[in-house]
Design a protein around this ligand. Structure first.
Ligand SMILES: [Zn+2]
Length: 447
């Protein structure tokens, strides 16, 4: 996730925008009404999402497009309904016919509404006011944030000029409630037990790897909460994040600010002088951060962080490719967890005897998605985490890292030493009917 916006984030909008008189420029803070409905993070219920979608349509129909408050009310409605549906992202996509609204639910986009074309610019403008963007500037990409005080969370808004007007995407961070303890994540037993053991260490790096949208941040926060529970005030717990997605009591959380030179690398160097025991780093994005993380880990600090990689072994070789010395990896890494989220088949799924529908997966049986009222016709309800835990301190794996072995080789050695890969768990999930071959291919790709 790069933050290189072309326009600055917090300049006050001027009054160049033609409809600005209808927009409340003085109070850009968004007041979030209390949540009335919330889906369980680990067992989302699509029925509820469908119902919320119906509520949304009738609520949209009640708003008066001629009213001067229309854009304000519509944006409030968009933000509240998306949050209630626990969408992770909202897309407002201008087309020839109107402004499409899409929600990303359980990792998949769904179109939920289409708003009249005439109101599209006002709606995007209102959103830009809330995010403190330049409303009159519609021809360059912009990025900003909306603080939601009542939920200790924020939303990130980005706009992008397209053929039919500005496209806006809102990333919703669900706030403290969703980020709970390790037990709530339903990680495989061996991974949860292994991770809990690693959290008791006093130095080293715990890497949480996976692609975007695989729940890394949720696991990162769960680890932090676990530490707070275990050690309370006995340990100094600090974090560097971008953004702070949830507040964790008794952790000194810091938001980095790269525009002022306060980035992960400089932040980490300064933090080391603050006598911390545990440092949570939002994400390793570059070599500088990676190096500083490993240096910190070798001087008696436990560092927990996330890293973009396709597998645990892949994370090792990516770090090595970034230029991190193998000896640093060998002695620094305590463990690497890599995770993926797959959608769970709804109870309406049926056994599928057609071998070609197994999409080349090495399984003896499989089920396929059907769709019913309960799952809103999608065939799936909620998601489950597939995870693998690589522990390089097992002798052979450590040696493989030192000798710069490639990912496949490191993985083979780790498997020999007992690691269950995400792929193996995915095949088991297909055979047990938890998920489908199509979903496994969608999430894990080809191999
Ligand atoms: Zn169903």
């Amino acid at each position: 996730m790069t933050q290189g916006s072309l326009a600055t984030q917090s300049q006050q909008p001027s009054h160049g925008f033609e409809s600005s008189s209808t927009i409340d420029q003085k109070h850009p803070k968004f007041e979030m009404p209390p949540l009335t409905t919330a889906r369980e993070a680990n067992s989302p219920n699509s029925t509820m999402a469908t119902t919320l979608q119906e509520h949304l349509s009738s609520a949209i129909a009640k708003l008066e497009p001629e009213s001067p408050q229309y854009a304000t009310e519509m944006v409030d409605l968009i933000l509240t309904s998306s949050r209630n549906a626990t969408a992770s992202d909202v897309h407002l996509l201008p087309t020839q016919d109107g402004l499409q609204m899409l929600w990303r639910l359980d990792g998949v986009l769904h179109q939920v509404a289409e708003l009249p074309r005439e109101v599209a610019p006002n709606i995007v403008a209102r959103l830009k006011v809330l995010a403190e963007l330049l409303t009159y500037q519609t021809d360059v990409p912009q990025e900003g944030r909306i603080r939601v005080e009542s939920h200790d969370a924020e939303m990130r808004v980005s706009t992008f000029p397209t053929l039919y007007g500005e496209k806006a995407v809102i990333r919703l961070f669900v706030g403290s409630g969703r980020y709970r303890f390790l037990d709530d994540l339903q990680l495989p037993d061996d991974v949860a037990t292994g991770l809990r053991k690693l959290l008791m260490e006093t130095g080293g790096v715990i890497l949480i790897a996976g692609p975007a949208g695989s729940g890394k941040t949720t696991t990162n926060y769960a680890c932090l909460r676990e530490l707070v529970n275990e050690f309370g005030n006995e340990k100094s717990l600090v974090s560097l994040e971008d953004p702070i997605e949830a507040v964790v009591e008794r952790v000194a959380q810091s938001q980095i600010n790269a525009n002022c030179g306060f980035d992960y690398t400089t932040g980490l160097r300064s933090l080391m002088r603050q006598d911390p025991d545990v440092i949570m780093v939002g994400e390793i994005r570059d070599k500088g951060t990676a190096e500083t993380v490993f240096q910190a880990s070798l001087t008696g600090h436990l560092v927990i962080t996330t890293f973009h990689a396709g597998s645990a072994a892949g994370a090792v070789s990516r770090l090595s490719d970034m230029g991190i010395e193998p000896y640093l990896l060998r002695s620094g890494i305590l463990g690497i967890i890599c995770q993926r989220l797959v959608r769970r088949l709804c109870s309406c799924s049926i056994p599928d005897d057609e071998k070609k529908n197994r999409l080349g997966l090495d399984v003896d049986k499989s089920w396929k998605a059907v769709g019913c009222e309960k799952c809103g016709g999608t065939g799936y309800t909620g998601r489950s985490v597939l995870a693998e835990l690589l522990l390089p301190d097992l002798q052979k794996t450590g040696r493989a890292i030192l000798s710069r072995s490639d990912a496949a080789e490191i993985e083979a050695i780790a498997v020999e030493a007992g690691m269950e890969t995400c792929w193996k768990r995915a095949l088991e999930a297909v055979e047990s009917g938890m998920t489908s071959p199509v979903e496994v291919r969608r999430v894990l790709g080809l191999r």
